[in-house]
Design a protein around this ligand. Sequence first.
Ligand SMILES: [Zn+2]
Length: 157
Amino acid sequence: MPAEPPPRFLADRMVGTLAKWLRLLGYDTVYMPEVSPASVKSEARRQGRILLTRRTCFLNQKDMPPFVFIRADRFREQLKQVCIDLQLTVSSSLLRRCSVCNQELETIDRERVQARVPAYVWRTQSTFFHCRKCQRVYWNATHRERIIEELRHIGIV
Ligand SMILES: [Zn+2]
């Protein structure tokens, strides 16, 4: 049996930081802070995404797409709630998605990023990734360790 595809998310307003962290974990997450309640519902349904929301008005509605009502104010508790509720795992896709625009990262030839990263980073790192949409360059090392440290702090890894 093929493995189930990972869930994809649509983040409603007020959960932008949560959206960024889900992307860091590798989950496809779009953030729609400025659309109406009716639109986030229909977009979540149309795109087959789980709606992450803090709107209490959704709690009494019967025609909701799959959604998670986010209880906490702080992103750490929010992320923990989503990970526990949906049994998300930190997989090999960790840090393989742009945290800014949700694009999957691609490896990029080391020679091509020399002018775009600090000299020390270029000298000490062998593998680089980039986002085709915003052109940001990513690399492992401290960035990755800091994120894993944060996830450990939350209790996810
Ligand atoms: Zn990007």
